[in-house]
Design a protein around this ligand. Structure first.
Ligand code: FES
Length: 83
């Protein structure tokens, strides 16, 4: 199962991950991926200066602002979107 871990520490949360949480939920729902992706929040990982941070399938993404989030999701889940 694929996994998205969203940093919900106060810095990442206030710098974009609050909004990203809704965007990711919407993306998973819209594409029928809710049962295929383990989506969870995580505590501060100590990399606040490079946030907002998101880990997808074990890979850490820094500076995941609203404008790039959908691009990342579309790329990572491309295989699932086309099937
Ligand atoms: S709040 Fe996200 S790394 Fe610290």
């Amino acid at each position: 199962m694929k996994c998205i871990q969203l940093c919900m520490g106060s810095s990442c949360h206030s710098r974009g991950n609050a909004r990203s949480k809704d965007m990711i939920s919407e993306f998973l729902s819209k594409n029928g991926l809710e049962d295929k992706v383990d989506f969870r929040g995580m505590l501060c990982m100590g990399e606040c200066g490079d946030g907002p941070n998101i880990i997808i399938n074990g890979k850490l993404y820094h500076h995941v602002e609203e404008g790039v989030l959908l691009d990342i999701l579309n790329e990572v889940f491309a295989e699932d979107l086309s099937s």
